[in-house]
Design a binder for this molecule. Structure first.
Ligand SMILES: [Zn+2]
Length: 93
């Protein structure tokens, strides 16, 4: 999928705030309160011409995750939420 970093951040933020899916949480802060990871652009190369890379960062500890599951970009949580609303409104009419 050819998404820009900003498009990816938008989708990750939707995923992280949706009630329908399990948010991406910090494996280090596990057992406490499952801290949600925050998509963050980090410039790891000193070449100014290269775009910063996208990582998931824990706001509580120093955990940084490079792997972002493709599912987050493929599943449109907004569309699922809308179709759930349609189904429920039919059920309770
Ligand atoms: Zn953490």
């Amino acid at each position: 999928m050819n998404l820009t970093n900003d498009e990816k951040i938008e989708r990750i933020n939707k995923w992280q705030t949706s009630n329908l899916v399990h948010p991406l949480t910090c494996p280090c802060c596990k057992g406490t309160d499952h801290t949600k990871l925050i998509p963050t652009k980090i410039r790891i190369s000193s070449y100014e011409s290269l775009d910063p890379e996208l990582f998931l960062v824990c706001p509580k500890c120093d955990y940084i995750q490079k792997d972002i599951p493709e599912t987050v970009y493929l599943i449109d949580v907004d569309a699922i939420q809308k179709s759930f609303r349609r189904i429920f409104s039919k059920l309770f009419m």
